[in-house]
Design a protein around this ligand. Sequence first.
Ligand code: ADP
Length: 447
Amino acid sequence: MFEKILIANRGEIALRVIRACREMGIRSVAVHSTADSDAMHVRMADEAICIGPPSSTDSYLSVPAIIAACEVTGAQAIHPGYGFLSENANFVQIVEDHDLTFIGPSARHIRMMGDKITAKDTMKALGVPCVPGSEAGIADVEAALELGEEIGYPVIVKATAGGGGRGMKVAHSATEMQSAFRTARAEAKAAFGNDEVYIEKYLTTPRHIEIQVFGDGKGKAVHLAERDCSLQRRHQKVLEEAPGPSISQSERDRIGKICADAVAELGYSGAGTIEFLYENGEFYFIEMNTRLQVEHPVTEAIFGVDLVREQIRVAEGLPMSFGQDDLEINGHAIEVRINAEKLPNFSPCPGRITHYHAPGGLGVRMDSALYDGYTIPPYYDSLIGKLIVHGRDRPEAIARLHRALGELIVDGVDTTIPLFHALLTEPDILAGTYNIHWLEHWLESNL
Ligand code: ADP
């Protein structure tokens, strides 16, 4: 059993992991950059160690610094959170080479899913339905044009190494393909140092539906239903809910079983998310994320499980504490992402928090590392909090979200809170009838 876990992350997710550790009687070690000396995760952990200057490259992404921090503190395992090193297979290999445990899947599975073409080929072979498209990287514009004709426009050119919504370009015709192909490649090269791209059919009105899976690494796996993350801006999620308002119990059972079986067959260990686009009653796999997601709390709310605790247990070699038959959906949950951003352009808005008040009451969870007087540094992601509400059904969850947003106070910086106040008056949001393009359209005419 682990006595001490190092958390290679910051912000709300570092707090999330520290809380699970504390409840399990495990000591926690926070790492931080010089810009984060007074951050909440540093205060809340049992121990803290500075690993470098503000730039992520030299701190939260510095493998030698993190390994050294483990050695200095005697931590036996590393929880990567999300982002930073969480899906870096080389890091996992180095962690294991130092006789430390990475709390997450194997380097092999991370590598397999990090290459989106390999991921799709693997999933297809396991019987998971995929978006029609190329089965290998596209070498040149000629090959791209040929595929465009074959698949039929519109198509989307995507980076094989992609993530965070970058390196994606839509082409509606052969004429558009030329520039889409070149731009996607250039963006991919700049963002991921790898300019390989592939092509998929571009679905015009899908919802983003993702299945939470969990494996014990020994061939047993379960699914924890879906999250609907269709409310997106620039391919980035803004609000997530579980269960998906458009998914029936029989569809859920069907796609859930396909995913759980695939993950079991792979011998996958820990938490994972299989992402689909869902259109006209069909699921199309787009990618698998081999980590805990930002939006995991909505799943925790409807199943009453602690996914981080489960990740730690499985990393210790213990069996999962639930089987498929123990997992029953209870009510409805919604999460909104509170970002320090100025509307209407969503430009980052770091600065000093003059007053912070978190909402409370029945069915309300606020995951945030903010406190009165805290200064949000300009170097990192703009996510400053997640407000998660749980109700007996969707209308109750919405009423609760409305109420909780009214209690939330974040003074001193601009945030996305007003966006959610506005969205909660929209009939489509209240009815749950929105697809992945809804928010972009709404923003054009409302902000
Ligand atoms: P990333 O890894 O960068 O997040 P994803 O493959 O998960 O990229 O796609 C992110 C988002 O981009 C999806 O949720 C969806 O909104 C949009 N998208 C991706 N592929 C397609 C597609 N084939 N058709 C339509 N939209 C797509």
